[in-house]
Design a protein around this ligand. Sequence first.
Ligand SMILES: C[S@@+](CC[C@H](N)C(=O)[O-])C[C@H]1O[C@@H](n2cnc3c(N)ncnc32)[C@H](O)[C@@H]1O
Length: 261
Amino acid sequence: MTQADSSHKQPLPGRMPKSSGSSRSQNGVHRMFDRIAPTYALLNHILSFGLDFSWRRKLAGTIEKDRPIEVLDLATGTGDLLISMLRSRANISKAVGLDISENMLGVCRKKIERCGLAERVTLVQGDAARTGLGEGGFDAVTMAFGIRNIPDPAEALSEIYRLLRQGGAALILEFSLPANRIIRSLYLVYLRYVVPFVGYLVSRDKAAYRYLNTTIEAFYRNQDLPALMRKAGLSNVTTERLTFGTVSLYSASKHESQNNR
Ligand SMILES: C[S@@+](CC[C@H](N)C(=O)[O-])C[C@H]1O[C@@H](n2cnc3c(N)ncnc32)[C@H](O)[C@@H]1O
């Protein structure tokens, strides 16, 4: 669990409190992301042909811009979504980035400082499913390519619901599979053979880029994310498919009066 207090005030901008350690913080996913942290962002850009920037910009563009807001980015990794949101939305007065991997957060902190954004950012090490952050503290909670790594996505979605203010937005980007059978077959070849090979060449970590393709396929086939979002209490759930459906942007909002749990 993170040590962030319920008012999520105490971590200094750009600093991370140390994890007190949950069972999940010990697991293989945590260690794997710790290992690949130095090459993670570069490989993302290579393997997506730079499209990952546009996916994050797309999410950032859906965030409201007319009043000061506070956002939380779960599974923030090396911070590319945080940076994209802060650059495109000057009204974000405070952004919290949370991740289970210290090494990913270490890379993130350096990038945030280089971009001159540290004053508006607090980084927290913790589990997205049990953040320990205060209830109803955020106008938007985001997660890019993180939900499929969480052992119980329903638990993480309930946590997102808890963390949102009334009317707040849940915005989730995740890999998906194209509906068109020909494009899907070509994409699966890319995912199963090219991604692990290039991933290994750059990161020297064979398991990590096998993990990527197996989790993308398993998550997409086994989890109905919009249904899980509704079950967590979120309303107005929409799905926008990006780049032939290889990535989807799931949006929803918190309106207690329409609680559809
Ligand atoms: C594929 S990366 C995505 C990073 C970033 N959001 C991006 O768009 O590049 C997944 C991230 O989820 C983090 N992660 C995995 N399980 C987590 C958990 N239970 N709680 C918080 N973060 C987690 C990993 O450490 C990793 O940084």
